[in-house]
Design a protein around this ligand. Structure first.
Ligand SMILES: C[S@@+](CC[C@H](N)C(=O)[O-])C[C@H]1O[C@@H](n2cnc3c(N)ncnc32)[C@H](O)[C@@H]1O
Length: 252
């Protein structure tokens, strides 16, 4: 396929902002299903205004942080554990947003930020690594957010809780996915958080499959993509998808 045809495959009506970015850049830096689509899905559900201070937790290679800065004029603390901030700074510089995006190396349970520093907190395809603990939100996260402001995540989740044992076509790794209902309950319990949205991301499974089809068309499919694609296709959307959640820290 030509570069233009690949760009066309990446273009989705529901995510027009993501279509501005070079597919090669997205694939070169991918750590999961197209992070720009996932970030744009988040931005459609959360309030972002120029100048806001945003924590992007588990930002990986900081594509989401760069996107937030460019598209919404916010300042982003691009925070991640596995990816070096020096490497991220290089990408941030190349994208021309060095004055707006600040790379930070931190573990989600020891975040180096002052209480009530952020106007918004977001996390794309990462919150399930640390945020399933029942005390995580209240102990480590919510205090960093100004009162009256929002936290939003999009992360893999199953439309229905995974059965035990798993269907034959699914590897054990799939157990990390909780159901959308589980996630709703997980956040709804916190008195300090007003849950504004907890839904299955519309067409989440299709989005995930389409991502792999794009990577395949670009001739960049690796073995790990292939096995995930096989599982996704066998699943047909029963257990693969995303949850999109937004909550607001209450004033009191
Ligand atoms: C699947 S990657 C997604 C990265 C990026 N958001 C994206 O979509 O391309 C998950 C990210 O979560 C981060 N992560 C996992 N556990 C973490 C923790 N305990 N503290 C901070 N970040 C963590 C990893 O460093 C990794 O970059």
């Amino acid at each position: 396929m030509t570069k233009d045809q690949i760009r066309e495959m990446f273009r989705l009506d529901r995510y027009p902002l993501s279509a501005k970015y070079d597919p090669d850049w997205v694939i070169d830096n991918e750590m999961g299903p197209n992070v720009l689509w996932v970030t744009e899905a988040m931005c459609q559900a959360i309030e972002l205004r120029p100048g806001m201070r945003v924590l992007d937790l588990g930002c990986g290679k900081a594509l989401s942080s760069i996107f937030l800065a460019k598209e919404f004029g916010v300042q982003v603390w691009a925070t991640d554990l596995w990816i070096s901030p020096t490497e991220n700074l290089q990408r941030i510089r190349e994208a021309g947003v060095e004055d707006q995006v600040f790379p930070i190396h931190a573990e989600a349970h020891s975040l180096p930020f002052a209480d009530e520093f952020f106007d918004a907190i977001v996390s794309m395809d990462a919150y399930h690594f640390f945020g399933t603990d029942i005390h995580y939100l209240e102990t480590y996260m919510l205090k960093l957010l100004k009162r009256g402001r929002q936290i939003g995540i999009v992360t893999p989740a199953s439309p229905n809780q995974l059965p035990v044992p798993l269907p034959d076509y699914l590897g054990e790794w799939a157990y990390f996915m909780n159901s959308v209902e589980w996630w709703r309950h997980h956040w709804d319990r916190f008195p300090e958080l007003e849950l504004e949205l907890a839904e299955e991301l519309p067409q989440g499974w299709e989005l995930w499959v389409h991502w792999h089809e794009c990577v395949k068309a670009a001739n960049r499919l690796k073995e790990r993509h292939l096995s995930e694609l096989r599982e996704l296709q066998a699943d047909g959307g029963r257990h693969f998808g995303f949850v999109r959640m937004v909550g607001r820290r209450r004033e009191q």
